[in-house]
Design a protein around this ligand. Structure first.
Ligand code: CO
Length: 134
């Protein structure tokens, strides 16, 4: 059911420092920061040959990243995103399998303008999983 790894998202305490590190130290193609008010984050997309990295930084008071950074002040991997062909079929299969879908269970439009869902980390070995329909 799942396809390619679309991205790995890393919550960072200093977005400029993290972007500079990926650009200068790791030599990656780093894009300009992008505010995503609907998701409570500012994102820097990093393009790798086989996938993307997203650096996440809190935007606004109710950012979902805020609590994560309080628990992980040095930053950390926040979620991984797998591609699916049909997000509603994937959701129905997951729910039938006993996995918990976060929020209302209806896909939201994600940072790439495509429908996404998040799955409860406790059901996936402690890893928050995002599914994106591509
Ligand atoms: Co994501």
């Amino acid at each position: 059911m799942i396809g390619r790894l679309n991205h790995v998202a890393i919550a960072v305490p200093d977005l400029t420092a993290a972007a500079d590190q990926y650009r200068n130290t790791l030599g990656a193609k780093v894009n300009a920061p992008q505010d995503e008010p609907d998701h409570g984050v500012t994102v820097v997309f990093i393009e790798l040959p086989n996938t993307k990295i997203e650096l996440l930084y809190p935007l606004g008071e109710n950012s979902p990243i805020k609590g994560f950074l309080e628990k992980n002040p040095a930053g950390g991997i926040h979620h991984i995103c797998y591609e699916v062909d049909d997000i509603l079929a994937a959701r129905d299969h997951l729910i039938a399998s006993g996995a918990r879908v976060l929020g209302t269970g209806d896909p939201k439009i994600g940072a790439h303008g495509k429908p996404v869902l998040f799955l409860h980390p406790k059901d996936f070995n402690g890893c928050l999983v995002e599914l994106e329909q591509v």
